[in-house]
Design a protein around this ligand. Structure first.
Ligand code: HEM
Ligand code: HEM
Length: 221
């Protein structure tokens, strides 16, 4: 069998991996506590069973952590390597547009050639841009609602202004619906990561833990 030489490339720097896994933990926390806030599925029988209180407290702590992670990743989109750059999220160049067409052909089963990107492929980049918008909306709408019950300056600066843009009940509804959009992304994201990892064989999933991917000389070109 022909041996393929693979080269180790450090694609995902620490801030990218750190924010990825912090976001993962936050989204998990938001989902469990947010679903409870919207529709309390367990009732307290004693006053010391402060279930709703804990759910809301956890939701708000995750809110601050998520905001910090968002700021770190945004900073790194300007300071990090080319794979972390904001430019990787949009198909600006003709090469990126060609990659986008190739990736879409692969995802729609009209081509068998995987996208083979060292960083994000062009289609993934565009989808991640959409996810950034959903994250930003959750942060602004979340802090808008939080600013009603909190004296926090951060809450009023990040979200307070949004109360004059949208009705509170609409904010709450959209905050809830956006959660399901994020769930839909996560399901497809994990499925595609798994699938691409097995066809590209470049350590795609390991890469988001260790930072390194293993690519062929042709891909490196
Ligand atoms: C709440 C769950 C998750 C969310 C919201 C999420 C979101 C994201 C985002 C936004 C990126 C782009 C990273 C960046 O440029 O900063 C990314 C990359 C990545 N994620 Fe996740 N992720 C989640 C869970 C997972 C899980 C469980 C896995 C492992 C199976 C995973 C594997 C990856 C991989 C391999 C990449 C880099 C892929 C690439 O080259 O495009 N993610 N994820
Ligand atoms: C991925 C991110 C997030 C998800 C999935 C999420 C999910 C949810 C859900 C499902 C609800 C219940 C809505 C309802 O049906 O009434 C909720 C409520 C709420 N969330 Fe989030 N959330 C997120 C981010 C945030 C952030 C960043 C904050 C900022 C502090 C925040 C603050 C709030 C507040 C204040 C409420 C209303 C609490 C109450 O009325 O007692 N959320 N969230």
């Amino acid at each position: 069998m022909e041996q393929i030489r693979r080269i180790r490339v450090y694609a995902w720097e620490f801030p990218v991996r750190f924010s990825h896994w912090i976001n993962f933990l936050c989204v998990l926390t938001f989902a469990v506590t947010g679903l409870y806030i919207g529709n309390p599925y367990a009732h307290a029988h004693e006053s010391h069973q402060w279930i709703m209180g804990w759910m809301r407290t956890l939701h708000f702590i995750a809110g601050y952590v998520f905001l910090m992670s968002f700021i770190i990743r945004t900073y790194w989109a300007f300071m990090g390597n080319r794979y972390a750059s904001w430019k990787a999220l949009f198909p600006f160049t003709s090469e990126q547009r060609r990659d986008l067409a190739n990736a879409l052909r692969f995802y729609t089963f009209t081509s068998k050639k995987p996208p083979y990107a060292i960083g994000h492929n062009a289609a993934a980049g565009l989808v991640y841009m959409g996810v950034v918008v959903l994250f930003a909306f959750q942060i602004v709408s979340g802090f808008a609602m939080y600013s009603l019950s909190s004296q926090s300056i951060i809450a009023s600066v990040v979200g307070g202004w949004f109360l004059s843009v949208m009705e509170l009940s609409t904010i709450r509804l959209f905050h809830h619906i956006t959660m399901y959009l994020i769930f839909a992304f996560v399901l497809v994201h994990i499925y595609i990561a798994w699938w691409l990892d097995t066809v590209e064989k470049n350590g795609l999933i390991d890469g988001i833990f260790s930072g390194s991917k293993f690519v062929t000389e042709k891909e490196l070109e």
